[in-house]
Design a protein around this ligand. Structure first.
Ligand code: ADE
Ligand code: ZN
Length: 347
């Protein structure tokens, strides 16, 4: 019988769940809960290959990234109207605000929708209206990052970027997601170069299942400012030294790594080793409706499995603001609030 780590103290639980934090790695389509999938399917007369919420949930047993993506794209097929994109996004923002998220940078996958005939404008207008309402009613500021699907061609990504030009004021950056292995960052050099010219910031998924070489090429060939996941960097000492030296953030998603079988249990997760090596590491939810929890659940399960301390929680939250695309003055305000939060909790 394996020995379970002790449960978190009520003090640490409270410090984690109430501290202000930023979420930097959330796919909005991955926040679509089964109940909302069924509600939207009914509203839009879309038929699903599942007959109930319960049978859909039982399909959430993944063996790797691709087995998840197949179901994730099927779930997104119920999104057709501006109101659908609004409802999905506002539902996420409410959950995030309840978890102490004060700022979010939200990924969306336009090609998943435009390939089904949904206009890009419909997608962006729904997301933007929800983020405005989130700021006004929930006090949660959020920005949008438009991701390219790496299993599709660079030409398709370029077409998407061109179509997004009228909406650039609503985007903070571009990202790269979907099936990683076999689709290295260098497949997208031209589209990322154009995004930079348009004034967009860039991030990319790399080293989730793929090798450290993909992290090097995301940095050197796509000029990204952050790496999403990046956990495979643990196998490359020179890369770890560079990430630490240049404070290139990793947006890590522990429950995602667990559910997609990157690690057999959270006790094996390298997140604490990465933090102790001097990297800027953040905790995020990735696709919370599919992976068993939102950001606080990611913190709590990681802290329990790795027996982490209050100082680690404050360090991750500080990294979340440091790694964000908010202005430096706003970052400093959040660092001060976090210090105050730690003091109030006796740290
Ligand atoms: N799209 C949604 N979730 C993803 C993940 N974990 N990796 C790559 N692409 C994704
Ligand atoms: Zn992701």
């Amino acid at each position: 019988m394996s020995v379970q780590p002790p449960t978190l103290s009520p003090q640490l639980h409270d410090l984690i769940t109430t501290m202000p934090k930023a979420e930097l790695h959330i796919h909005i389509e991955g926040s679509l809960e089964p109940e909302l999938i069924f509600e939207l399917a009914k509203r839009n007369h879309v038929s699903l290959p599942f007959d109930s919420v319960a049978s859909l949930r039982t399909a959430y047993a993944f063996k790797d990234l691709q087995s998840f993506l197949d179901i994730y794209y099927a779930g997104a097929s119920v999104l057709l109207k501006e109101q659908d994109f609004y409802d999905m996004t506002y539902a996420y923002l409410k959950k995030a605000a309840a978890d102490g998220v004060v700022y979010a940078e939200i990924f969306f996958d336009p090609q998943t929708h435009t390939d089904r005939g949904v206009p890009l404008q419909t997608v962006i207008e729904g997301l933007v209206r929800a983020t405005k309402d989130g700021a006004r009613h929930l006090g949660l500021e959020s920005k949008l990052i438009m991701c390219f699907l790496r299993h599709l061609s660079q030409a398709s990504a370029m077409e998407t970027l061109n179509a997004a030009e009228p909406f650039l004021e609503h985007l903070v950056g571009v990202g790269l997601d979907s099936s990683e292995v076999g689709h290295p960052p260098e497949k997208f050099i031209d589209v990322f170069a154009k995004a930079h010219k348009l004034g967009l910031k860039a991030v990319a998924h790399a080293g989730e299942e793929g090798p450290p070489a993909y992290i090097w090429s995301a940095l050197d060939q796509l000029n990204v400012l952050r790496i999403d996941h990046g956990v495979q960097s643990i196998h490359d000492e020179a890369l770890l030294a560079r990430l630490a030296q240049e404070r290139i953030p990793l947006t890590v998603c522990p429950l995602s790594n667990l559910k997609l079988c990157v690690y057999e249990d959270l006790g094996q997760h390298p997140i604490k080793r990465l933090l102790d090596l001097g990297l800027c590491v953040t905790i995020n939810s990735d696709d919370p409706a599919y992976f068993g929890g939102y950001i606080n659940e990611n913190y709590l399960q990681t802290f329990q499995a790795l027996e982490l301390q209050a100082k680690d929680a404050i360090a991750f939250a500080k990294c979340s603001f440091e790694a964000s695309f908010m202005p430096a003055s706003q970052k400093n305000e959040w660092y001060a609030k976090l210090d105050q939060h730690a003091r109030l909790h006796g740290e």
